[in-house]
Design a protein around this ligand. Structure first.
Ligand SMILES: [Zn+2]
Length: 128
């Protein structure tokens, strides 16, 4: 769990290894050429500890998330939205095995407001 917030052009990340929080622009996100075919997003190395984080978008083969509305589910939505945005910015290729990101209505259910921000205290309040 590492993305804290998604803005239009920037992303806030908390390092899993050292908990350092930082912001960077989408354009600083790289995809190694090997990863073009997997859809895996490679975040820039942590400036404090050097850890590199990989984000894996939902594939068309994945089962629905077991706990809808949970922290983990909402983080996965953010990963999928980030992937979609990087594809639109042509930083990543669109590949068949990656599922489409949730639509705006679906996103709005879990993230009120323009910024997609994870807050651990706002959850478990969504009925289908
Ligand atoms: Zn770190």
């Amino acid at each position: 769990m590492s993305i804290q917030a998604l803005e239009n052009d920037t992303l806030e990340q908390k390092c899993n290894a050292c908990e350092h929080i930082r912001c960077f622009k989408y354009k600083d996100i790289q995809s190694a050429s090997d990863d073009e075919h997997t859809g895996i997003i490679v975040l820039p190395a942590c400036v404090k500890c050097g850890a590199i984080e990989y984000l894996i978008p939902t594939t068309i083969y994945d089962e629905p998330h077991p706990t809808i509305g949970s922290y983990g589910h909402r983080h996965q939505i953010m990963v999928d939205v980030l992937h979609e945005r990087l594809v639109k910015k042509k930083q990543l290729k669109r590949i068949k095995r990656i599922a489409k990101a949730p639509n705006k209505k679906e996103i709005a259910k879990y993230f009120p407001g323009k910024t997609l921000r994870l807050q651990e205290d706002i959850m478990e309040e969504h009925d289908e």
